[in-house]
Design a protein around this ligand. Structure first.
Ligand code: SAM
Length: 221
């Protein structure tokens, strides 16, 4: 990352990642569909004194940028909201320059756990669409023709009550979630390692980070 980098943050939310990249990049553009999120992004950038950012409201299935505009195209904790992740990936690749990089970080589960995981996440966060299995996430760059795909994994530890308080599940679903988690102690059907810490339920989102490179287009004739 250098001042030569032009970064696009896809589904930037409240701008945390975009602002972190702006500390080192030449310019960062954030796009999100939710105006309230973009207001938070602007507030965060001005609070940090960052002036090398711009914000766009729009749907990431059709990015309002020309081909080959950015050297790095990123998206964190957002692919689980997208009904057509392959379409979003194709758009990220289109706006990325040849030899530029695409970075995606999101929850991804082993194939035998992904359905149960998605059931609890939809209860917790009604805007959740579907987390991908690790294999499905890995297929995205392969199907988009990206090169040098690298994967890394980490776990994001959470307190269940704290998550419930910020995610606004529908009335009554909070109790269903607590029951699902208690039933999952020592079983891990949900894939999040639910357990008790003192008298509080804790769990961890399994995050996959995927980074890949856009090749140089080959021209016939
Ligand atoms: C969980 S937040 C992630 C925010 C941010 N990337 C981060 O890491 O902090 C998911 C974001 O995706 C946005 N989003 C969901 N569907 C979208 C779409 N079709 N087009 C643009 N943004 C979308 C939501 O508005 C929300 O801000």
């Amino acid at each position: 990352m250098s001042r030569k980098d032009e970064v696009l943050d896809v589904a930037c939310g409240s701008g945390i990642v975009a602002c972190a990249f702006a500390e080192d990049a030449g310019h960062v553009t954030g796009i999100d569909i939710t105006p309230a999120m973009l207001e938070m992004s602007e507030a965060l950038a001005s609070q940090r004194g960052l002036v090398n950012l711009s914000w766009h409201q729009g749907d990431i299935e059709s990015l309002p940028f020309p081909d080959n505009s950015f050297s790095l195209v990123i998206s964190r904790y957002a692919f689980h909201h997208f009904p057509r992740p392959d379409v979003v990936m194709a758009e990220m690749v289109r706006v990325c320059r040849p030899k530029g990089r695409i970075l995606i970080a999101d929850a991804a589960l082993p194939a035998d756990k992904v359905d149960a995981y998605n059931c609890f996440e939809k209860l917790l966060d009604p805007s959740h669409h579907r987390a991908l299995s690790i294999d499905e996430l890995q297929d995205l760059p392969a199907n988009a023709g990206l090169l040098n795909v690298q994967l890394a994994f980490y776990k994001m530890e959470m307190d269940l009550e704290q998550q419930i308080s910020v995610m606004f599940p529908n009335p009554g679903d909070d109790e269903k979630i607590r029951r699902l988690f208690r039933e999952d102690f020592g079983v891990d059907r949900l894939g999040v390692g639910a357990h008790l810490r003192g008298d509080r339920i804790h769990f961890a989102y399994p995050i996959t980070v995927l980074i890949a490179e856009k090749g140089i287009a080959k021209h016939s004739n």
